[in-house]
Design a protein around this ligand. Structure first.
Ligand code: BG6
Ligand code: MG
Length: 224
């Protein structure tokens, strides 16, 4: 981490599992589909799916069950759509109460201190989730995942996030809960902040056990 805290001008956020608890709903919907297809659900598969795009997630599940050649492309699209329908049913019930602890205060603090903020979520449902949480105004810049040629762990989404803010990647902090996301941030040359498990997020520059601990003061202290 060559960057110092004073060089930071912007924050690029993952959504699912960082801003809100939607990773639970993604997991529930994927697990339902996997079990229907006869694929054994494991913690390794569950963690590996985090941060990964919809179609890449489906491929990962099929591969885990050694049935990657069983379905046509049209059938795969139908399976991914089925998962998404179940997921969307869950997020439609969400309210601002689903914002993870400390996140609203953290966003307010960033805004009050003049930091620029962008969203770098792999989810095509990101804008809907922000609307449900009433956080749309905090994210004037949102990377459109449909415009990307590669998903996380490729750095493209985080590089695009910095571009949308008009900043060099080195002037940005990226915030993630998934290993694939931390890999993407590091490869983009941004400072990686991980929220969650120490083993999963071993490559993060700075890590917190939970969102409540993720404050500007704690990030500054950790970056030195
Ligand atoms: C990521 C989630 O943010 O978005 C993944 O961590 C999810 O679990 C991915 O698969 C794609 O989301 P969506 O809503 O476009 O299917
Ligand atoms: Mg995430």
């Amino acid at each position: 981490m060559a960057t110092t805290f004073d060089q930071i001008k912007g924050f690029v956020f993952d959504l699912d599992g960082v801003i809100t608890d939607t990773s639970l709903y993604h997991t529930k919907a994927w697990r339902q589909l996997a079990e229907k297809l006869g694929v054994t659900w494991t913690k390794t598969l569950e963690d590996g799916l985090k941060g990964i795009s919809r179609m890449d997630s489906l491929e990962m599940i099929l591969k885990a069950g050694n049935i990657q050649d069983k379905y046509t492309q049209d059938e795969k699209v139908a399976l991914a759509t089925e998962k998404n329908t179940n997921y969307v049913n869950e997020i439609k019930k969400m309210t601002p109460a689903n914002i993870l602890p400390g996140i609203k205060a953290f966003l307010d603090d960033l805004r009050a201190n003049g930091y620029l903020i962008a969203l770098a979520s792999a989810s095509k449902n990101g804008p809907t989730v922000l609307t449900q949480l009433k956080l749309t105004d905090y994210f004037p810049k949102v990377v459109d995942p449909a415009s990307l040629s590669k998903g996380k762990p490729d750095p493209e989404i985080y590089i695009r996030g910095a571009e949308l803010l008009g900043l060099a990647p080195e002037a940005c902090v990226g915030v993630e809960d998934a290993a694939a996301g931390i890999e993407a941030i590091n490869a983009a040359n941004e400072v990686s902040v991980g929220v969650g498990d120490a083993t999963t997020l071993a490559d993060a520059d700075v890590r917190f056990d939970d969102t409540a601990q993720m404050t500007l003061a704690n990030i500054k202290a950790a970056m030195g």
